[in-house]
Structures are given as C-alpha cells and as structure tokens.
Design a protein around this ligand. Structure first.
Ligand SMILES: CC(C)(COP(=O)(O)OP(=O)(O)OC[C@H]1O[C@@H](n2cnc3c(N)ncnc32)[C@H](O)[C@@H]1OP(=O)(O)O)[C@@H](O)C(=O)NCCC(=O)NCCS
Length: 102
C-alpha cells in the first residue's frame, strides 16, 4: 500500500455536532514519501471526490497545517480554498459543490 485517505460525514461544531447534509470531511490523505510527486495523491483525492459526489456529499472540508505547501498546492488544484477558520493549529479548507480541477 502506498497511499490512503479517509472521509466521513461533515458535522457542526468542529465534528461534535449534528451531521451537515451534503457535506463530508476529509480526515486524512497520505502518500508514502518515496512516492510523492507522481500523481498518486491527486489520483486518491480525485477518487474520494468522486465517491463523495456519488453519495451526494459534494461539499468537502478538511484541515491542513499552514506550513504544508505541498498539500495546499494539491488541494488548490482540485478547487479547494481556505475558509480563514482554524482548528487545532490547522487551517480549514473547503471545496464547494460543482468545483472542477484547475
Ligand atoms: C500531500 C500529499 C498527499 C501529496 O501527494 P503526492 O502523491 O505527492 O501528490 P501528487 O503527486 O498528486 O501531486 C504533487 C505534485 O506532483 C506533480 N505530479 C503529478 N503527477 C506527476 C507526474 N506523473 N510526474 C511528475 N509530477 C507529477 C503534481 O503536479 C504536483 O505538483 P506541484 O506540487 O508542483 O503542484 C503527500 O505529500 C503526503 O502524503 N504528505 C504527507 C501527508 C499530508 O500532508 N497529507 C495532507 C495533509 S491534510
């Protein structure tokens, strides 16, 4: 295995509250470091986005560290943008429904 990702229902109150219909939260996306830069992260993220669309949960949120430029480039390329909110020292990013790749 060289990569994995996990997504779950989007909830209010930073994950503690009721489910927000139509949304999901990308809990993690990870590629083994020796395989970075070959399109694997993008392929896995595209698969998660496709599955979220299939489940009618196209609005996707995630948290990523402000210093993680590699992940932010990847997320921007898939239509994510920062919301300006932060939690646990990480910035919140969102991809609204209907966003396509750059
Ligand atoms: C962030 C992470 C998931 C990216 O995974 P990745 O497999 O390197 O991502 P990709 O290869 O799809 O994209 C990265 C770069 O490779 C480029 N690329 C894609 N396919 C390529 C190919 N065939 N040949 C060369 N470069 C390629 C992409 O254009 C992108 O370029 P850029 O960084 O200049 O924009 C990975 O670095 C990682 O697991 N990091 C640690 C965990 C982490 O930070 N997760 C996200 C936090 S929420």
């Amino acid at each position: 295995m060289v990569a994995m990702a996990s997504a779950r229902a989007l909830r209010e109150q930073d994950g503690e509250g009721p489910v927000i219909p139509g949304g999901c939260f990308l809990g993690f996306l990870y590629v083994a470091p020796e395989r970075w830069g070959r399109g694997i992260g993008g392929a896995v993220l595209d698969a998660v986005l496709a599955e979220a669309e299939r489940r009618h949960q196209p609005r996707m949120h995630l948290l990523t560290h402000p210093d993680n430029e590699r992940s932010q480039r990847l997320y921007r390329s898939r239509g994510f943008s920062p919301t300006g909110r932060s939690a646990d020292g990480q910035g919140e990013w969102v991809r609204e429904p209907g966003k396509s790749r750059d």
